[in-house]
Design a protein around this ligand. Sequence first.
Ligand code: DHB
Ligand code: FE
Length: 294
Amino acid sequence: MARIVAGVGCSHVPAIGVAMDTKITDQPYWQPVFKGFEFSRKWMAEEKPDVVFLVYNDHCTAFDASVIPTFALGCAATFTPADEGWGPRPVPVVHNHQKMASHIAQSLVLDEFDITIMNEMEVDHGLTVPLSVMYGDKTPEDDWGVKVIPLAVNVVQYPAPTGNRCYNLGKAIRKAVESYPEDLKVMIFGTGGMSHQLQYKRAGLINPEFDTMFLDKLTSDPVGLSKMPHVDYLREAGSEGVEMVMWHVMRGALDDEVVEVHRHYHVPASNTAVGHIILENKDYHDSRGKVAAE
Ligand code: DHB
Ligand code: FE
């Protein structure tokens, strides 16, 4: 059977993609941002998942106000990087594991999570930046080296789903993956955040205390954390901080007991606090005896 072994939480700041694409990652401003992903790239290279289930949000690229799916599962064969105004990012096309995506679509709907099925979709920085920070520099001629099943979550237009709903969706995704017969190693990414506000009077808001609490509770109290209401994200983490509900999908898909093997937190990157965490299922972690990339 397929199984989820680990989860990755990570921000998707568009300027991080620009810094990689324009090769300025060793400039003093960017150096500390990318230093925190050195471990992660080694870990990815050693762990080599077959499939990444990538929970992200679209920013009015594939969707606009005319159609607002709460949860949209990518079932197309490929997903092309979108033009967000400066031309598409020069990164590889994303290849789906289409059979597994179809299986997950069926399992989720029959499990009463009525996701939207996307048979055509372009992907923006919300999906490509997390892949770039975890897999490193790639050109459009390269391959990401992993199949990616995207799940787009609406966190742009109110009402976004609750953290609790996201957490429970994670559980249903895990059930779907574990009922797929092929032996595949799967990782799940929860992306977006951390605290940031891009608009109006509190533009520029960053809250490291809140972000640290959030990262801590992913291990110590994930269920309690998933019950946090939207208004707490808005007040404490800014209007765009609500992107963090997507991390609960990732957490819900993991075991109750996880081991935090890596954390990175840095302010600022563009207008945003960059947060990143790697959580391994405890049984998987113990079965390996050590952290592979150490
Ligand atoms: C920024 C952050 C985001 O999450 C985003 O989607 C767009 C911009 C920023 O920091 O500028
Ligand atoms: Fe965003």
